[in-house]
Design a protein around this ligand. Structure first.
Ligand code: BGC
Length: 928
């Protein structure tokens, strides 16, 4: 069955390439640059990098297509670009195969500079293709002076007077406004806005953009991001109004494990600059200052964690449009300093620096209609949205004025059908809508989200139809990159659950879980999951941002923290948590070939490894150190010293490879030597002559195998012990956050993919299949978050936690067989390892160099593989085969196929190198 999703995607891609070839017939070559990106983003409106990096992919029909050269034109106007002139930069013909991270090297970039750009490529025959479609980027403000005196403004009274409601003190959102005239034709208007808190900006009655929770979470005492919007078409001749609604967000809302408030400060702030370029060449600005007016309105409570309360009876109709009577509005206060406590316990006032947001904003991903509506109690409806996601509910209601619709959110339901809220811990997770009356009204909150599958609705008047309350899913808008399908329904559901959970937890930062009182950027979780994340979505910009959070949170001694931003959990994150500071940049580099990122964080990473060396006693663990261990393992604790030493070695090994990538050969040798010395310690202290590793858990062997800590006979023994440990558990895993990401890769590495598949297909506890058998629509925090015998685990228990979803990487690189052969997929490895229980797999990954497809189908002992390799890349294709000499491609012996070179076979595989194109291999599999 090779039809449906991925194949039709492939066909669409091929058809598009063919149509394109037809359209450009006569242009010399059909090789063309598409998908133009600047600093990973499509047409970004505020770029801070003064030498922005440009990337594209090459599309070209046929096989073995390459880019021999490129030319980039960057113009200050669309017309100039259309006339093929690059007044800012004309790279000329550059003989290079590079399509990623090409540094702009033209005229000096100035603040707000608009850049239109396009690329053409020469193919392998030296023929020039047509120019690409134009793309754009716009520079950010670059310096604080460019904010033209804009001030942080706020409205603090509501906070001071907000009543204590039990323990919760949830102040209303603040509304801010300013009228201004536009007297001359406008050529371009840009709005720059930021907040200490979260905000939405408005112009002339409309929300600017379609984003949520800006400007996201950073180490606010050090930096805060702004976003830029082209608002030219939102302005009009005459009177205009700019405004904002401001809420507490991460800055001062209730947050963290204790649900305390004011993490960074008590008083939230907004800053904006509207720059209006007139057609006559003059510029006018509107900046936040003390002339703005403030009020509170219908958003009575606006807490990021606890939820929102909206009273539609007190709406401020027309508040962000001209002509509004602001007589009752109050003056704003100005100033955006924060108090920071220094290690010597003195405090200082700091003001954050403003930077252009380098990452995608949070947007609506999808709407979910309820699958069923239950009435477990009188006056209560419980809606099942069908899947567990992060977001909120949108309500459409007709009810008398003052009707209070209560919404509460839960991931699961109890036996009596009511929502399960025990695992929210101290979180309220509830919104309230108070009706205006007099007709149909529609509402959803703006400044909160919840992690849920079920919505409890109380106070509903009349019938609750299936379109009355729907779920709105939000996530950081990272483009989808991967797709996975195979003949196992369980595996397909697992893939859906992984991606669902990724979306729910990639909300500005990578979090642990969206539903309870945490939502923290746990470093150990991101470390476990980052590689899988790259297969599912293009997370380059997302991690570029979070790695700055991590750097900002690094301790003066060199440690990386438990969470980033680190407000709620500072201090050394310990092995496998702190090491995220080294592992995540490496994995991002692997996926996107980003040397600038490695260079940017290199000194910090070096400082971290130096901190580990200093803290250690002759490279052995210090007497006291923090370590979470193999978190949430199944009664198989791995000794902390084993985890410490293994991760210490791993970070040294990664430093050696990163130093090498950056051309720092001395450092590379130094770290390689460090790695070897730590490996010796590992073997001396923890590995017995029988190859047993101290602790004798599955995770012990996984670490030893995956981090190259054992070699030769010891490696063989470690492999045997790993399989024994799995067998001893009745062919189950016992691993936690440390061992799980690597258990299947470790088995594949030692040639026991059969055992990996055995674990993969298992559906008894603990396994990936067990939650699915029990209705999971997302990844559970514990292997047994719920069991038929024991029900819910008490206390810490999330149903949307991605760490165990780290198996996704193996599904892509072993079931599908798609892997990077060089950082950034310039070289690709296709090495699917079919399994007896699967009859087909269709896996694709849209890499930074274009779409890669690996589809295979097994009929008896015949295997068919369909592989798509993007232009300007090469791939080593491993075709599973009993007899490598009998493999065919396109119906002919593979050795005769065009653009296919045969390499020496490896046990069980025929091996080829191929250029770009679509290939169909067939082979015979070993008989049973
Ligand atoms: C989080 C985890 C995290 C752990 C560390 C938990 O509360 O949810 O994901 O890694 O703490 O101990």
């Amino acid at each position: 069955m090779m039809t449906g999703g991925i194949l039709s995607k492939t066909v669409a891609f091929v058809v598009a390439v063919m149509m394109f070839a037809a359209n450009t017939a006569g242009a010399g070559t059909d090789a063309r640059a598409t998908r133009l990106r600047c600093e990973y983003l499509k047409d970004p409106t505020a770029v801070d990098a003064t030498a922005p990096r440009l990337s594209w992919i090459v599309e070209a029909s046929g096989r073995g297509r390459r880019q021999a050269a490129y030319q980039v034109l960057v113009a200050s106007g669309a017309k100039g670009l259309a006339a093929d002139t690059g007044d800012l930069w004309d790279s000329g013909r550059v003989a290079s195969a590079e399509t990623t991270h090409v540094e702009y090297a033209g005229a000096r970039m100035v603040p707000r500079q608009q850049c239109w750009w396009k690329v053409r490529v020469w193919d392998e025959k030296g023929e020039a293709g047509a120019w690409s479609e134009p793309a754009r980027w716009t520079m950010g403000l670059l310096k604080m002076e460019e904010w033209q005196g804009a001030q942080w403004i706020g409205f603090d009274k509501p906070r001071e007077t907000s009543p204590e409601k039990g323990k919760l003190n949830l102040p209303p959102a603040r509304f801010l406004r300013k009228d201004f005239p536009v007297g001359k034709p406008v050529r371009r208007a840009m709005l720059y806005s930021s907040a200490l808190g979260i905000h939405d900006a408005y112009i002339n009655g409309r929300k600017v953009g379609d984003e949520y929770f800006n400007p996201g979470w950073t180490e606010y005492t050090k930096r805060v991001y702004y976003r830029a919007y082209d608002v030219t078409t939102m302005l009009k001749d005459g009177d205009n109004t700019v405004g904002a609604i401001l809420a507490d967000g991460w800055y001062s809302g209730s947050f963290g494990l204790r649900g305390g408030r004011d993490s960074y400060g008590k008083n939230i702030r907004f800053m904006a600059l509207l720059v209006v370029d007139h057609a006559d060449g003059t510029t006018a600005v509107v900046a936040t200052d003390d002339s703005w007016k403030a009020a509170t309105g219908p958003i009575l409570e606006a807490d990021f964690f606890q939820g929102e309360t909206y009273d539609a009876r007190v709406e401020l109709t027309g508040w962000s449009a001209p002509g509004y009577d602001e007589a009752n509005w109050q003056p704003v206060v100005t100033g955006g300093t924060m108090r920071v406590r220094l290690p010597d316990k003195t405090t200082i006032e700091v003001e954050p620096s403003l930077h252009a947001a380098p990452h995608e904003p949070v947007r609506i991903h999808k709407e979910h209609k309820p699958k069923s509506i239950d009435r477990p109690k009188h006056g209560m409806h419980v809606l099942d949205m069908g899947t567990n996601f992060a977001g909120f509910a949108r309500v459409k209601v007709s009810a008398p004025a003052g009707t209070r619709i209560g919404l509460r959110f839960g991931e699961r339901v109890n036996e009596d059908g009511t929502i399960h809220t025990e695992n929210l811990r101290v979180l309220r997770a509830a919104d309230t809508y108070i009706c205006r009356g007099g007709g149909e009204e529609t509402w959803s909150p703006q400044f909160t989200f919840h992690g849920f599958q079920y919505v409890e609705v109380t106070g509903w008047v009349g019938e609750l139809t299936s379109d009355a309350v729907i779920g709105i899913e939000v996530t950081s808008a990272t483009p989808e990159a991967g797709s996975f399908e195979c003949s196992s329904a369980m595996a397909n559901q697992l893939h859906r659950n992984i991606t669902q959970t990724q979306r729910a937890n990639f909300i500005d930062i990578p979090t642990d879980c969206p539903q309870r009182n945490e939502r923290l950027g746990w470093t150990g979780d991101a470390r476990a999951y980052v590689r899988t994340a790259t297969y599912n979505n293009d997370v380059a910009a997302f991690f570029t941002k979070w790695l700055v959070d991590l750097a900002d949170a690094q301790g003066p001694e060199g440690w990386y923290p438990k969470t980033a931003p680190s407000k709620h959990f500072g201090g050394d994150g310990g092995p496998a948590w702190a090491d995220a500071g080294v592992i995540c940049p490496w994995e991002i580099h692997t996926a996107y070939g980003d040397k600038r990122l490695l260079g940017k964080h290199y000194d910090e990473m070096a400082k971290f490894v130096a901190y580990r060396v200093e803290g250690a006693k002759n490279l052995r663990p210090p007497d006291k150190y923090h370590c979470y261990g193999d978190w949430l393992n199944m009664k198989a604790n791995t000794p902390k010293e084993v985890i410490f030493t293994a991760y210490f070695a791993r970070s040294a090994w990664l430093m050696a490879h990163m130093a090498e990538a950056l051309g720092k050969t001395d450092d590379a040798a130094k770290y390689q030597d460090l790695f070897k010395r730590i490996r010796t310690v590992f073997n001396e202290d923890y590995v017995g002559t029988d190859g047993k590793v101290k602790g004798d858990t599955q995770t012990c062997y996984i670490l030893a195998i995956m981090f190259d800590l054992v070699e030769g006979e010891r490696l063989r023994q470690a492999g045997e012990h790993l399989v024994e440990r799995i067998k001893a558990r009745g062919w189950h895993l016992s691993t936690g956050f440390v061992g799980t990401p690597d258990i299947l890769p470790a088995l594949t590495k030692i040639g026991r993919t059969d055992v990996a598949y055995r674990l993969f297909h298992t559906d008894t506890n603990p396994s990936w299949g067990f939650p699915i058998k029990n209705g999971a629509t997302s990844m559970w925090e514990h292997w047994d978050s719920w069991t038929p015998e024991k029900g819910f685990i008490k206390g810490m228990n999330s149903f949307s936690h991605y760490s165990f979803g780290a198996v996704g990487r193996w599904m892509f690189d072993t079931i599908g067989g798609i892997d990077a052969g060089s950082p950034g997929f310039g070289k690709i490895v296709i090495r699917p390892q079919p399994d007896d229980q699967l009859t087909y797999a269709k896996v694709s990954y849209d890499s930074i160099r274009g779409p890669i497809v690996s589809n295979w189908k097994r009929t008896g002992d015949r295997l068919t593989m369909e592989v798509t390799i993007p232009a300007n890349t090469t791939a080593t294709v491993y075709v599973p085969a009993a007899d490598p000499g009998k493999v065919t491609e396109g119906g002919k012996p593979a050795s005769q196929a065009p653009a296919v070179a045969t390499l020496s076979p490896e046990p069980g595989f025929a091996v080829f190198t191929v250029g770009s194109g679509i290939y169909q291999f067939t082979s015979g599999l070993p008989g049973k």
